[in-house]
Ligand binder design. Structure first.
Ligand SMILES: [Zn+2]
Length: 363
């Protein structure tokens, strides 16, 4: 599981390649509880309380390390896809990797989401093989622990692949909606709707398990996870709604515009060192002429820079390169995602340049 919203009380337990690893305090209560449950299960086999507790605690710690590995897989894939990771948070129901921005496209979204459950599944296979090894070596207690860890990781993989946002499976679903042409906000809203459905289902299953006294612990657990998921899905829908209300004018930056008639050399010598951007609007007295994309500029030989003017190398103005200042940010996000330059100019009602927005967008 992962998301953008932060949980409230967290403290840093370590750092990994500059990324803080945080824990929710409730997490420790869950470790104790999980240790106890595993210890209880082992007692029948071990027949010694102290050993059961030691084995149970060790198994619980290894399991929570597995959760960390699941999150690490998300974080590494995110980095690979150019999405910066803010923190890895271990919370009572697993983990959550927080990002500074949304993945740029459906493919990145899919990869980042799917790699977590894939890691858990791989761990389940590894623990199962190790368990089989231990079983044949007649190390029965170790075999039980390893099979428990295998089952735990398998459950983690399956649970996270349930198709409801913000679970990983919901992210995959969101990637699918993006692929089929929905904008970011709509894709989030739809997949979070599935998330809410799954949450209600978990709560209902939990309640039934408890009322019928089939398995009170599992029932309580299902209900807690259900409520947590419901809360996360609602928050995600709220965020998706917000992107509709915020407009380009609210979050744009003041434009650093480049006059069309100066030479490329002058731009490179005088303007570029002052303003680190990859895309610049080309304008004169507020009128937008086109867009200067550094990547395109670099294709021109340096020898030509003294002769070439900005208007010779810019992309002449296109509809998808600017938005009105009242355009909602969910639409702006869609424009920036698909227009090929990763930025837009912002114009007022009279069509005059008033701002710029570059990826990664603030909302
Ligand atoms: Zn995950």
């Amino acid at each position: 599981m992962y998301g953008i919203s932060a949980l409230k009380k967290q403290f840093v337990i370590g750092s990994l390649g500059g990324v803080p690893v945080k824990a929710d305090p409730r997490w420790f209560a869950v470790i104790v509880l999980t240790s106890a449950v595993i210890a209880l299960g082992l007692y029948a086999q071990v027949k010694d309380l102290t050993s059961s507790i030691v084995f149970g605690t060790a198994a619980a710690l290894v399991f929570f390390f597995s959760i960390f590995l699941h999150e690490l897989a998300h974080a590494l894939m995110a980095r690979h896809e150019g999405v910066s990771v803010v923190a890895i948070v271990l919370h009572p129901f697993g983990g959550m990797t927080q990002f500074a921005e949304a993945p740029r496209d459906a493919r990145a979204e899919f990869r980042i989401a799917a790699v977590g459950p894939a890691a858990s599944f791989l761990l389940a296979v590894i623990f199962a093989l190790a368990g089989a090894g231990a079983y044949y070596a007649a190390a029965d207690i170790l075999a039980t622990i390893l099979f428990t860890l295998s089952a735990g990781n398998l459950l983690l993989a399956v649970f996270n692949m349930l198709p409801g946002y913000p679970l990983d499976g919901g992210r995959v679903l969101r990637a699918y909606f993006l692929r089929t042409g929905k904008d970011q906000a709509e894709a989030t809203r739809r997949s979070a709707q599935f998330g809410k459905g799954i949450a209600y289902l978990l709560i209902a299953i939990g309640a039934v398990l408890m009322v019928l006294r089939v398995d009170i612990f599992a029932g309580l657990w299902a209900m807690l996870i259900g409520f947590f998921l419901l809360d996360s899905a609602k928050t995600a829908m709220l965020h998706a709604g917000v992107a509709r209300e915020i407009t380009a004018g609210d979050v744009m930056r003041l434009p650093v515009s480049v006059p069309p008639d100066i030479t490329v050399q002058r731009f490179v010598d005088e303007l570029l060192p002052m303003h680190r951007a990859k895309v610049f609007p080309v304008s004169s007295r507020g009128d937008l002429f086109g867009t200067l994309v550094l990547k395109e500029l670099k294709k021109r030989p340096r020898g030509e820079w003294r002769e070439l003017r900005i208007e010779d190398v810019m992309i002449p103005i296109r509809r998808e390169h600017f938005v009105g200042q009242n355009t909602p940010m969910d639409i702006v996000r869609e424009v920036v995602r698909t227009n090929g330059i990763g930025a837009v100019s912002v114009v007022d009602e009279r069509g005059k340049l008033v701002g710029v927005l570059n990826a990664p967008l603030p909302v």
